[in-house]
Design a protein around this ligand. Structure first.
Ligand SMILES: Cc1cc2nc3c(=O)[nH]c(=O)nc-3n(C[C@H](O)[C@H](O)[C@H](O)COP(=O)(O)OP(=O)(O)OC[C@H]3O[C@@H](n4cnc5c(N)ncnc54)[C@H](O)[C@@H]3O)c2cc1C
Length: 402
């Protein structure tokens, strides 16, 4: 059993830590309060991350699809600024399919991926279909060489700023579901922003498709078929690729963002914990540092325990993904709930230890608390994660949600 990172992983983590301290720690508190990033800011962020070898370009996406590097990225970035992560996280889904798409799509979008001037979204949720994605109403009707898309997507990360989206649709006749790679310039749609409790600098919004005309070769099945014929494959690690064959592809692909969300929660909790330890040593009441009061130590103990156990569970899920072990489904679902709910408790205690200062916008504790509270809804709510775990424990015939 080895709990250590390899030398390469340690270097990746340390480089990322320095980068986050240098580039984003000085601006995060002010900029996060000002609301969603503009597209120009997002492109600047993409370009900065590309200097570390992380990006949506075919080379940079390998780091995002390496389960351990992705976990390190999730924890280290969230320790400083959680709002940065939906940009590469959700953008990676359309970006993954671009090198496999038609020459026409590749000709336009590959240069943008390379230069960091690409912002992508994954659009599945609808006003009447959140947890229950079987119920999506967005239709794609085949008409000659095009699909005609009609419907509304909501609560989509990068909705307003993206140029390309991977959009969940259904055939109006058969009800069969698939995804379309849709480029805004070629097949325009409208958007509107949504405002929320946390992740304030991350753009979230609605997308409206009104007779949106999409080339038929942009359908996921068509992209995968033509890639298969050309001998191309998705750029993922051997273990992760194996997982795609032992679970259904969608189920397998969801394990990584869920484990990533667990490590994001760990990052937020860790930042709140470190601030609390420092404060407990400095703040004096009743003639001694508050860290000498037993009730404060009890809070620090609970925070430390929740972070350690969340990290262990998150990395256990990551390890299962990395080995192509089907138990990755149970572990990633469990870790997402456990770490997300733990981060809420940890950041609650962190505010309490800081007293009134914890509630102030002068310190980042209130941001940590708001960002932590976000973790238990997107990418699968806690309830759905518990039901998926229940199904994994009990087996066939015991799904509580199908
Ligand atoms: C900041 C943010 C970013 C997001 N980004 C994206 C994105 O990029 N792309 C995208 O497609 N979506 C995105 N989402 C949407 C997110 O995935 C959905 O909000 C989520 O799946 C829940 O759907 P809902 O909000 O419609 O809740 P509902 O499905 O309406 O559920 C409401 C409540 O009922 C519970 N519930 C539902 N069914 C059951 C059941 N069978 N048993 C027990 N409890 C149940 C839920 O857990 C929840 O507590 C984002 C959401 C947020 C907040």
């Amino acid at each position: 059993m080895d709990f250590d990172f390899t030398e390469e992983q340690r270097m990746f983590r340390d480089g990322l830590r320095d980068f986050m301290q240098r580039e984003y720690a000085p601006i995060v508190d002010k900029r996060d309060r000002e609301g969603p990033f503009t597209r120009e800011e997002e492109i600047e962020i993409n370009k900065k991350f590309q200097t570390l070898g992380i990006g949506l370009d075919p080379e940079g996406i390998k780091a995002l699809l390496d389960p351990v590097l992705f976990a390190i990225l999730a924890e280290e970035v969230s320790k400083v600024w959680t709002s940065l992560l939906p940009l590469p996280g959700m953008g990676s889904i359309p970006a993954l399919f671009i090198p496999l798409a038609s020459d026409d799509v590749k000709g336009r979008l590959l240069p943008r991926l390379e230069s960091g001037e690409f912002v992508g979204a994954f659009a599945e949720t609808e006003p009447e279909a959140g947890c229950d994605t079987r119920d999506i109403q967005t239709t794609a009707k085949l008409d000659g060489d095009y699909y005609i898309v009609n419907g509304t997507k909501t609560w989509i990360s990068n909705a307003v700023t993206c140029d390309t989206a991977f959009v969940g649709v259904k055939d109006p006749q058969t009800g069969a579901q698939t995804f379309l790679l849709i480029e805004k310039e070629v097949s325009p749609w409208e958007t509107s922003p949504l405002h929320k409790l946390g992740w304030n600098a991350s753009d979230t919004g609605e997308m409206f498709f009104d007779n949106c005309k999409v080339p038929k070769e942009n359908e996921m099945g068509a992209i995968m078929k033509s890639a298969f014929e050309k001998g191309q494959a998705l750029p993922m690690s051997e273990g992760f690729a194996k997982l795609l064959t032992v679970l259904t592809p969608t189920t397998a692909l969801l394990t990584l963002p869920r484990a990533g969300m667990a490590l994001m929660s760990v990052g937020i909790g860790q930042a709140a914990f470190e601030a609390s330890v420092n404060y407990a040593k400095e703040r004096v009441t009743f003639g001694k540092p508050i860290g000498k009061h037993q009730l404060i130590q009890n809070m620090l103990y609970e925070m430390d325990l929740l972070i350690e156990t969340s990290r262990l569970l998150g990395y256990k899920a990551v390890d299962a993904i990395n080995r192509g072990d089907p138990d990755a489904r149970r572990l990633s679902s469990m870790s997402k709930v456990y770490a997300g709910e733990s981060a809420v408790k940890v950041t609650y205690h962190a505010i309490q230890i800081h007293g009134a200062n914890g509630l102030s916008q002068e310190l980042p504790l209130e941001r940590y608390f708001r960002d932590a509270r976000m973790m238990v809804v997107p990418d699968g709510t806690s309830e759905m994660m518990k039901l998926i775990s229940g199904y994994c424990i009990l087996g066939k015939g015991f799904s509580a949600y199908a």
